[in-house]
Design a protein around this ligand. Sequence first.
Ligand code: NDP
Length: 234
Amino acid sequence: MARSVLVTGGNRGIGLAIARRLAAGGDSVTVTSRSGEPLDGLAVVRCDVRDAASVDAAFAETEKRQGPVEVLVANAGVTRDQLLALMSEDDFAAVLDTNLAGAYRAARRAVRGMMRMRRGRLIFISSVVGLYGSGGQANYAASKAGLVGLARSLARELGSRGITSNVVAPGFVDSDMTAALPEERKAAILSAVPLGRYAAAEEVAAAVAFLGGPDAGYITGAVIPVDGGLGMGH
Ligand code: NDP
């Protein structure tokens, strides 16, 4: 049966691959984007996850079209890399506000309907660096580690309502975000990845499809790595 799915930041990169994968599996999928520009074959709502009213409006529009959200993929994320000594309050706060508080805002709004339905899947897109650490990314890694605490708390809080809450932690994925890295940084990363290559966004989408699907009904509070072995041992 088609489920109602919302993917934040689903207009490009990993989020778009997730949305396309779930839509191909027969789900009704809406993606959020900040521009609200139309996308081929997917419903789009405008949303800035830094703004609770904008999140609320995006859910209301999605629910009107496809019913209460049963699968939330909290994917929207940004980087503002800087060494700690040079990292401004604004660089730190802006990344936390989008990546961590944005996921909290989306989850808080999503669970309203999920609690009524007594089922739901919360899937948070973290990163290998949340647990591995990453020099020059203290803000980003802190936000991604925070998602693990958020997801696991919600797993405990909402399990009795039939709602699961899990994290997918991708390693380095071909996307606009990694295209911006300097060449020597990219080479250093690849040399540390046992599989010796970046992930395709579709490989992250496959893990999300599994967690959102019927075979993952008894999985909650998990952190699923899709990182080519980079973070093993977490
Ligand atoms: P992209 O930079 O390609 O896409 C980021 C997405 O987040 C865009 O859709 C963007 O929307 C959206 N977004 C950013 N800020 C906001 C906001 N304030 N409100 C709503 N949407 C927002 O990144 P990726 O596809 O690479 O990354 C997707 C997720 O995966 C992120 O959470 C990232 O941290 C994580 N990740 C990525 C890895 C990688 O190697 N690429 C590795 C591990 C994790 P807009 O188009 O409007 O800017």
